[in-house]
Design a protein around this ligand. Structure first.
Ligand SMILES: O=P(O)(O)OC[C@H]1O[C@H](OP(=O)(O)OP(=O)(O)O)[C@H](O)[C@@H]1O
Ligand SMILES: Nc1ncnc2[nH]cnc12
Length: 253
């Protein structure tokens, strides 16, 4: 089993490292990015290991969704082989966008059609039939996972964007990074008071981005049922910053 998982990881498609000069620098402070050393069992080809730290979790005092152990769905089992495949399809790029950072690159997950579909299916299994009318995706990588989930559960997709990207009237929410601030925006009229929303992003680190998204939606009377991410970096304690707002992640560590 160990061998087959490692084999799968090391056989994953290996792309050339991106040219960082083609990418705009992130406003995020260095400390907001994980810079932990690769874990034991880390794939030699820079992919996440399928073995350590696999968790499929939802936590938060206010969760109205069923606890995972009572859902009776294999998809929510931490031994679900889909989770291992998703984990091992995520590439880790050291020193991107800055030295010392281990960048969790979900673009390689998107190249693995099974891993990508399994990722969407796991979220859809959790949220279908939960009377969610809004999937709010956070720029940029929440725009990848949010729309297929929204279509599958019969919800609308609402983009939460970086400043000055949305053409219509917007409401904005500022949030603090360790050294500085950032803003996300939403179109006025995209959601109505009383709607039930899921907030989706690829990753939670410090939790500042998700907190701002929650505030933005709650300011206009939307009930945020849960936040969902593919990856959680627990060292950065973003889950604590969400306080009792439920957070569901496929991979933690
Ligand atoms: O939990 P936090 O500390 O707030 O960090 C998480 C956010 O950081 C990344 O986005 P980034 O800000 O790099 O923007 P991008 O997706 O547009 O590159 C990630 O996709 C999350 O949105
Ligand atoms: N280590 C990391 N990899 C990818 N996106 C991130 N956003 C914050 N930290 C990140």
């Amino acid at each position: 089993m160990l061998q087959s998982l490692l084999l799968r990881a090391s056989n994953s498609i290996s792309l050339p490292l991106p040219n960082r000069h083609q990418l705009s620098p992130s406003p995020k402070p260095l400390s907001a990015w994980i810079d932990a050393a690769p874990s034991a069992g880390q794939s030699p080809s820079n992919y996440r290991s399928a073995l350590p730290s696999l968790r499929c979790t939802a936590a938060g005092g206010g969760s109205e969704l069923q606890p995972l152990q009572n859902q009776g769905m294999a998809a929510q089992d931490e031994k679900d082989p889909r989770i291992a495949r998703i984990s091992s399809s995520i590439r880790i790029i050291p020193d991107f966008p800055k030295k010392g950072i281990l960048f969790q690159d979900i673009t390689t997950l998107l190249l693995d059609t099974k891993a990508f579909k399994d990722t969407i299916d796991l979220f859809v299994d959790r949220y279908k039939g939960k009377n969610i009318s809004v999937v709010a995706g956070i720029e940029a990588r929440g725009f990848i996972f949010g729309p297929p989930i929204a279509l599958a559960i019969g919800a609308k997709f609402v983009p939460l964007r970086k400043p000055k990207k949305l053409p219509g009237e917007v409401i904005s929410e500022e949030y603090s990074l360790e050294y500085g601030k950032d803003v996300i925006e939403m179109h006025v009229g995209a959601v109505q008071a009383g709607e039930r929303a899921l907030v989706i992003d690829d990753l939670i680190a410090t939790g500042g981005t998700l907190c701002a998204a929650i505030r933005l939606l709650e300011r206009v009377g939307v009930h945020v049922v849960e936040c969902a991410c593919v990856i959680e970096l627990p060292e950065l304690k973003g889950r604590e910053r969400l306080e009792d707002k439920p957070l569901f992640v496929l991979i933690s560590g």
